[in-house]
Design a protein around this ligand. Sequence first.
Ligand code: PMP
Length: 330
Amino acid sequence: MRYSDNVVELIGNTPLVRLRSVTEGIAATVLAKVEYFNPGGSVKDRIALRMVEEAEKAGLLQPGGTIVEPTSGNTGVGLALVAQLKGYRCVFVCPDKVSEDKQNVLRAYGAEVVVCPTNVAPEDPRSYYNVSDRLAQEIPGAWKPNQYSNPANTRSHYETTGPEIWEQTAGRITHFVAGIGSGGTISGIGRYLKEASEGRVRIVGADPEGSVYSGGTGRPYLVEGVGEDFWPENYDRTVCDEIVEVSDKESFDLTRRLAREEGLLVGGSCGMAVVAALDVARRAGPDDIVVVLLPDGGRGYLSKIFNDEWMARYGFLETGGAEATVAEAL
Ligand code: PMP
């Protein structure tokens, strides 16, 4: 018999697949690291596991403890499935703009979801930042992972994702491309690949127009999970050799092409990262190997990126102008 004892054992060791259609006319090889193969459906399973294990070691999380985090998405799913196995309670706090479907995914995994009003200032006691802080203080045995500053986030990529990519490419990788949210992915993998290749691998960040990493001021954009309006502790500002700025329209067009042409139903930050990877690959040579990380699957975006009406509303289809502004969507 060949089986895993539990789903947490299935985290990591994701496949690398060559992009063969969207790369038409490009000589370099472009390989996608497909993170939706993780059991919770995203790259965040890796950091959830590592953050929980380190909190246990440090005595911050004890049997019967509660994980409290302001999250509505992938990190919540990862934490919920690790918590299940280890017997912790999960309380996630999210603003009411988060779709009911996303809240229900977290509840389906057994987490409790506390919904807060979106339209209040961050300093308002009802804001989701303040509510999660308060719950973390009030619930006995509560622990807040905080993926933006927790070093276990970056470390999980330095110790697992980076070495996987190095081994899968037999050390032949020449460029690594990823989006930047908390910064954990690019900082951990980037540092590992720089060390393993003695500085030869070029690290390229992909960033939505408007985000601070590409020099923006926090102007709103619709691609989810990447870009910030502040500098998280987990982002190592020395790791990127280059940052490529990508628009929402370019990100979403390529996300749709990945589903239609490559059989990869993935999220908008994946399309964004591939836009940057193709830009890099066009400038690279035929012997170059460009690896791009795809953080999650596309099922959570069916009513947005894969919905023509939604795409048309913001002017992302060729058929007409925008009827709504990005600010109205947020
Ligand atoms: N894409 C998606 C969909 C995400 O949820 C995240 C995490 N916020 C990222 C990309 C960026 O990863 P990281 O936080 O490691 O920079």
